[in-house]
Design a protein. Structure first.
Length: 93
């Protein structure tokens, strides 16, 4: 686990900020929440998912394997942050 991932809130905040800045034009109305359905709302499409996974790898130091790239694990900021924390804490992290 990298220094940037020391707390649950830091992971969630980092992912939320990235999604707001890159996919929601800064989210001026503040509509993005931890449980916002990213796939259902069309926030995550194939290109945005690749960009997010690259961000997670480059900035948070966690490589998300293909087996974790699915609708269940990418459902919301909360589920994505949980996957990132699980992978960071797991073997080989």
């Amino acid at each position: 686990m990298t220094d940037r991932m020391t707390g649950t809130d830091d992971v969630t905040r980092s992912i939320t900020d990235f999604i707001r800045d890159r996919f929601l034009d800064g989210d001026p109305k503040g509509e993005l929440e931890e449980d916002t359905p990213l796939l259902a709302w069309g926030v995550l499409n194939s290109l945005n998912t690749v960009l997010l996974l690259n961000y997670v790898h480059d900035e948070l130091g966690v490589k998300v394997p293909p087996s974790r790239v699915n609708a269940r694990d990418l459902k919301s900021v909360r589920t994505i942050a949980s996957v990132v924390r699980d992978l960071a804490a797991g073997p080989g992290a």
